[in-house]
Design a protein around this ligand. Structure first.
Ligand code: NAD
Length: 432
């Protein structure tokens, strides 16, 4: 066991208790840090002098949003155009050159993008590389100035490892299991429509789809008939014939999703057709935490329902797992929504709907922990692809103003030095 395991788990327990979240708590800790600096000022000065012999408000200071340089954008197959071009817009807006690597799984889109997109853009600065796993591994050996990756957490780790060799910064837009808590106080018909739409859209192959529902046994009893009704309303009596219901992208993915149908008991759907890669909109009940369907991101048209006794049970269930890309809560009681929002952590949060949070350009979109690193959409896309370069432009003259910072140091120069470098807060302190 690592020598610091106990320390880390102690801090994690404190984090889960929620104590660091109130604003008052943060202010109190910052004030305490300020007191440390005040009370230990002399000790700090002596210690830094002993270690390093170590004993500025002028001119023009600003942040310049600089392009990173040559960036690599790697896309997945589930929305192959959108998830390649939306980051591309940010990269171009920020002034970068871009290598795009679409998914090889959606080969028609890959071919279309590779053959036609470069004709529209400056080929000196924008290129499309078609590559499977092996070639992408080689591509990642190159030094890029930024890598923007959308895909699975396992490949995200591979990309980040490759980026680390060159100390290249990354954005990782990953997946995971998005919980959906349905409280007892809500309009069941509305919940069924919004959850079914989010889950079965694109045959469940959406990174922000609700992955599983947590609710009470009583709510499950009400939700099941409502879901059955809404699935028929959306896709007709036989969803296989609906032009609005999709298929699983490939045979390998079909086999994986089909295997997840064996968890719990099938309450709705469950039909499959390997030839067409069709899996009916399916709802599973009596699912256990250790069933296969709860071990990985489903990424298919299957919705397991797990029962919990209370909102606090749901919160504990969510907090015992990796932090999701998005957390959904359905409740007509504001205090329930607030409680879940305050006591959990996730990339995004959406109350009383699914997926819609990511359609608002002013909301940065991204994950946390296993569900990703960084954010984009709207202005955040521009920020992501820009380096915040701090710049100070000083005049070449007025050298007398600099005298206090040059050695030899003497106590009578301290007030002048302090005036030039102080950071304003309730009291002042000097950080050297
Ligand atoms: P994936 O990780 O298998 O592939 C993504 C990209 O990585 C593809 O271009 C692929 O060619 C490349 N790749 C695959 N293996 C590689 C390797 N070993 N080395 C280097 N590159 C490799 O993901 P996918 O199956 O295309 O997409 C599904 C996943 O993406 C799901 O987990 C989903 O949740 C996630 N996703 C996340 C978002 C988001 O915005 N957070 C959006 C869509 C999809």
């Amino acid at each position: 066991m690592s020598p610091h395991a106990e320390l880390v788990s102690r801090l994690r327990a404190a984090w889960l208790s929620g104590k660091t979240r109130p604003t008052e708590y943060r202010l109190a800790q910052l004030e305490a840090l300020g007191r440390f600096l005040d009370e230990k000022k002399q000790d700090i000065l002596e210690a830094t002098a002993a270690d390093m012999r170590k004993a500025t408000q002028l001119d023009s200071a600003f942040i310049r949003k600089d392009p990173y340089g040559v960036v690599l954008i790697i896309g997945p197959w589930n929305y192959p155009i959108n998830l390649l071009l939306v980051p591309l817009i940010g990269a171009i807006a920020a002034g970068n050159c871009v290598v795009m690597k679409p998914s090889e799984i959606t080969r028609n889109v890959e071919r279309l993008v590779a053959e036609t997109l470069p004709r529209y853009l400056d080929e000196d600065c924008f290129a499309v590389v078609t590559a499977g796993v092996e070639e992408t591994t080689r591509l990642l050996e190159n030094k890029f100035d930024y890598i923007f990756f959308t895909g699975s957490s396992s490949v995200g780790r591979i990309v980040m490892t490759a980026a680390a060799k060159h100390l290249t910064p990354v954005t990782l837009e990953l997946g995971g299991k998005n919980p959906c808590y349905v409280s007892d106080s809500c309009d069941v018909q509305n919940v069924a429509r919004r959850v079914a739409w989010g889950r079965f859209f694109n045959a469940g192959q959406t990174c922000v789809a609700p992955d599983y529902v947590l609710c009470s046994a009583e709510m499950q009893e009400k939700l099941l008939p409502a879901l059955r009704e809404v699935i028929t309303e959306f896709y007709g009596p036989n969803p296989r014939e609906s032009p609005d219901f999709g298929r699983i992208v490939g045979d390998r993915q079909f086999q994986r999703v089909q295997a997840l149908l064996h968890s719990g008991h099938t309450a709705i759907g469950g039909q499959t057709d390997a030839e067409e890669r069709y899996i009916a909109p399916t709802v599973l009940v009596e699912v256990q935490q250790d069933d296969p369907v709860m071990q990985e991101e489903i990424f298919g048209p299957i919705l397991p329902i797990l029962t919990v006794a209370s909102v606090d049970d749901a919160i504990a269930f969510i907090n015992a797992r990796e932090r999701p890309l998005v957390l959904y809560v359905f409740s007509s009681r504001k205090e329930v929504v607030k409680r879940v929002l305050e006591r959990t952590s996730s990339g995004g949060f959406c109350a009383n709907d699914t997926i819609m949070h990511m359609t608002i350009p002013s909301l940065p979109f991204g994950g946390i922990g296993q569900s990703g690193l960084g954010r984009y959409h709207g202005r955040s896309s521009f920020e992501t692809f820009s380096h915040q370069r701090s710049a100070l432009l000083r005049g070449a003259g007025r050298e007398s103003l600099n005298t206090p910072r040059y050695p030899p140091y003497a106590p009578h120069r301290l007030p002048l030095l302090r005036a030039a470098t102080e950071t304003k807060r309730r009291a002042t302190c000097l950080l050297l």
